[in-house]
Design a protein. Structure first.
Length: 622
């Protein structure tokens, strides 16, 4: 099978836990109609591709009693069956659903995976929307009967919009099935047709070059709140997730990824992956070969990944957008949703943002949080229904446009998913609190975090990178997040607060501004990324017993372009309560097992005291 070339942990990645496997059909379930739909003229190659789709039409819906429609596709490595729960659940709410297997994942069809490219995946989805609008030029065949199929059960808006074959239609889906919604909206806007009425993208990316090779020290204006995570510098390759996306086996995935910590094994693996490109576009495999050879992606690869991202055509996304992003997600982090939300809001696109409990790293929603089979019985399901009811089928009140976020400590205390979500008019929330790095140590750290500059003591701490990969450990991509985080001696420095006298609730991205000393790097950095400093910043919650928690295993890689100047690194956005008696500990490390770091030795020191800008800024809500 063609999909075997993209071996993945499917239940983790297909839709982020939305619908991993369909339950057995009941007497009231909609019987889907299996279709093959031909889409044409895709991209500059003018490709023709066959789409494998299931059409779900609720009982009582016909040409005289039409209904609105939803279009949905799979996450990476999945199929149309992954949306079966969604189709049944929204069917019971009166929606026709066309669920389809995305380009590159259909067995026997030679169209490649184009990473949700607007001119391929977006164009294909646009033709499926026209099919839902009754366009007879879109060829569709019933696989059971061999007869041609034309849709006449979906409400049309041609008279209102002046666009032919314009159905009432929205899109939803997660991960790879989330970005396709942006690609479709962008394609429709560029074509001047605007047939898509609303989207609900979940756990997806803003800029794929940031997702797979993040760089957090040269973000525009220093933060995702600028509306962009498209960094000016070259990122640090997230090799474990990339390996999981290519040919690492599911059964031995964790073992295989750990083995890739050996540089020779690493290089061999990615060279083999690039030589056997399977059904990826060639640009994807060239990027793998580059990383295997030099350790980082080229600007050409960065631009290719960015072009397959909403970041490159944000101005064309004008449809009402309800974003759901996962707190438990080391693949597409919360910063990506902040960038998309901020940019859409700034340009006047109706948009709302929710930070949910689950994501690629833990795909299990809390009870009552999301149930696509019974959307009206779950918090996120009701939000999606309200969004589609208003913007697609033109009924019901206008949904609020704001920011909601899940708080695990509230859920643990109450067991009430509604109470666990806080709601605000917009992002960001709260205020910022500053801590300053000081030379006096607390609780076994290298230094302290103090609340005023007057408390800062002189001190010097140092660390180095001990290997191109690791030895510091935070996770094994989405395969294993059960092992303790570790920083071997000499590989990291730590600065911590005294035990907190009360709880501290952090919502958003902390920022770390430091002046580092790395003379050997200063001598090589002008040569480009290979000679620049690679550093990993992270924020620990250290308990009274010394137990370390790294919230959702999230860290912030940076490739510092100039170590002779202060650098500000934006840390991952989190929603986390640091309890009374616990300590905040900010860590700078030279490596991580999940990333490809520097191949050269990089000793680093950090000095605190007068004339040094060393501070941590934390967004808090209490």
């Amino acid at each position: 099978m063609r999909r075997a070339a993209t071996v993945l942990v499917t239940t983790m990645l297909t839709a982020g836990g939305m619908a991993a496997l369909a339950p057995p059909a009941s007497a009231t379930d909609i019987a889907p109609r299996d279709l093959t739909i031909t889409v044409t003229n895709l991209g500059s190659e003018h490709r023709t591709c066959r789409i494998d789709a299931d059409l779900y039409v609720p009982a009582g819906v016909n040409a005289s009693r039409r209904a609105p429609a939803l279009l949905a596709t799979n996450g990476f490595g999945g199929t149309k069956e992954d949306q079966a729960d969604l189709a049944q659940g929204f069917g019971e709410q009166g929606y026709v659903t066309l669920s389809y297997t995305g380009l590159g994942f259909v067995d026997g069809n030679r169209c490649p995976i184009t990473l949700d490219d607007r001119d391929h995946d977006g164009s294909a989805a646009s033709q499926l929307i026209r099919f839902l609008g009754g366009d007879p030029s879109i060829q569709a065949t019933d696989d059971a009967t061999g007869q041609p199929v034309r849709i006449d059960q979906v409400v049309r808006e041609d008279a209102k919009t002046g666009t032919r074959y314009d159905p009432q239609v929205g899109m939803t889906g997660g991960s790879y099935g989330g970005q396709i919604q942006f690609a479709t909206a962008g394609f429709e806007k560029a074509a001047g047709t605007n047939r898509l009425d609303a989207i609900v993208p979940l756990i997806t990316w803003n800029d794929l070059s940031y997702s797979l090779a993040p760089e957090n020290s040269t973000l525009p204006q220093g933060t995702a709140r600028s509306g962009s995570v498209s960094a000016a510098g070259t990122g640090v390759f997230k090799y474990q997730w990339a390996a999981l996306f290519t040919t690492v086996g599911v059964v031995n995935g964790a073992q295989d990824l750990t083995a890739l910590a050996d540089p020779a094994t690493f290089t061999s693996f990615f060279q083999q992956a690039s030589n056997n490109c399977a059904n990826f576009e060639p640009e994807v495999c060239r990027a793998l070969a580059e990383v295997a050879t030099v350790g980082y992606p080229s600007q050409a690869s960065i631009q290719y990944l960015r072009s397959n991202s909403v970041a490159s055509y944000m101005g064309d996304v004008r449809v009402p957008t309800l974003i759901g992003q996962g707190q438990a997600d080391t693949l597409f982090n919360l910063q990506e949703s902040v960038a998309t939300y901020t940019a859409l809001k700034r340009q006047g696109t109706p948009v709302s943002l929710a930070w949910q409990s689950w994501g690629h790293s833990d795909s299990s929603p809390q009870p009552g949080e999301l149930d696509m089979r019974h959307p009206a019985q779950s918090l996120e399901g009701r939000a999606a229904l309200a969004w589609f009811d208003h913007y697609v089928r033109d009924r019901g009140p206008k949904p609020p446009q704001g920011f909601a976020y899940y708080r695990d400590w509230v859920y643990e205390a109450t067991g009430d998913i509604t109470k666990a979500y806080a709601v605000a008019p917009s992002y960001p929330v709260g205020a910022e609190r500053k801590f300053f790095l000081s030379g006096s140590s607390v609780g076994g750290t290298d230094g302290s975090l103090v609340t005023s500059q007057a408390q800062v003591a002189r001190g010097t701490s140092g660390y180095g990178n001990l290997a191109p990969i690791g030895p510091n450990y935070t996770e094994t991509s989405g395969l294993d997040q059960s092992q303790p985080v570790t920083d071997p001696a000499g590989s990291a420095i730590r600065f911590g607060t005294t035990p907190l006298t009360g709880p501290l609730d952090v919502v958003g991205s902390p920022r770390l501004t430091v002046q580092l000393d790395a003379p050997s790097v200063a001598a090589t950095q002008a040569a480009g990324p290979a000679g620049q400093l690679v550093v990993f910043a992270k924020l620990y919650d250290v308990g009274p017993d010394g137990a370390i928690e790294l919230p959702n295993r999230l860290i912030s890689p940076a490739r510092v372009t100039d170590v002779t100047k202060p650098v500000t690194i934006e840390l991952p956005a989190i929603v986390h309560r640091f309890e009374a008696g616990h300590r905040l500990v900010v860590v700078l490390a030279g490596g991580d097992m999940a990333y490809r770091g520097s191949t050269t030795t990089q000793p680093v020191t950090l000095t605190t005291g007068p004339g040094r800008t060393q501070q941590l800024t934390v967004p808090v809500t209490n």
